[in-house]
Design a protein. Structure first.
Length: 202
């Protein structure tokens, strides 16, 4: 079963790239994934802006603008949730495919991020073992618990980040799994405490 999943992963990986895109990737320097606090302020701000762009740009619009490696933030979340909520049981965790699934998912996220801004070196990560400077600060991820109504995170680089809601019953169809949040970007990014978004259910 493990080798069957490995073969499936390799097939999907090949299908993910066509020859043109693969050549473009090979022509670029190797990607560099650094801890968020090792980025300079302008580098971190580029990452933040690209993620906000992924949040508010649909798959269709993003692919027209950034190329076919683009995937919206909500679609990436939906793919992860779809694997976890599959009616046959969690397909992305607690099994041999865990590493393969998440490597492919992280690569898809990184592809989308770099499609939006090719000057980003690679998808940065957060090292939970590193205590200083505090990642849960206004510069980085905001307060750990969330200080807003319903424990919404209303500070940090992703303050008032809108989240899609899952339907009450898990769906098997990916397109029905998530409901995009139609809001104005500047209203949701306001740090004035407004926005009126609801707390996430996931």
């Amino acid at each position: 079963m493990f080798f069957l999943k490995l073969a499936l992963f390799l097939v999907l990986l090949v299908l993910h790239y066509d020859n043109t895109e693969a050549k473009v990737c090979l022509d670029k320097p190797l990607r560099l994934r650094r801890e968020i606090r090792d980025l300079t302020r302008p580098e971190w701000e580029r990452v933040v802006e690209a993620i906000w762009e992924m949040k508010f740009t649909s798959d269709e619009t993003g692919r027209e603008k950034y190329g076919h490696l683009y995937t919206s933030y909500d679609t990436l979340v939906a793919k992860h949730a779809l694997a976890a909520l599959d009616k046959r049981g969690d397909q992305g965790h607690f099994r041999p495919g865990f590493l393969l699934f998440h490597r492919m998912w992280v690569l898809a996220f990184e592809d989308a991020l770099l499609s939006v801004d090719p000057n980003i070196d690679g998808l940065p990560y957060w090292d939970y073992r590193r205590l200083t400077p505090n990642a849960f600060s206004d510069l980085y991820l905001g307060s750990l618990q969330g200080r807003g109504r319903g424990k919404v995170v209303d500070d940090g680089a992703f303050a008032n980040f809108p989240l899609a809601r899952l339907p009450s019953k898990p769906q098997s169809d990916e397109t029905a799994l998530w409901l995009p949040v139609e809001v104005e970007k500047r209203a949701m990014r306001s740090k004035s405490g407004g926005g009126g978004q609801e707390a996430a259910t996931w």
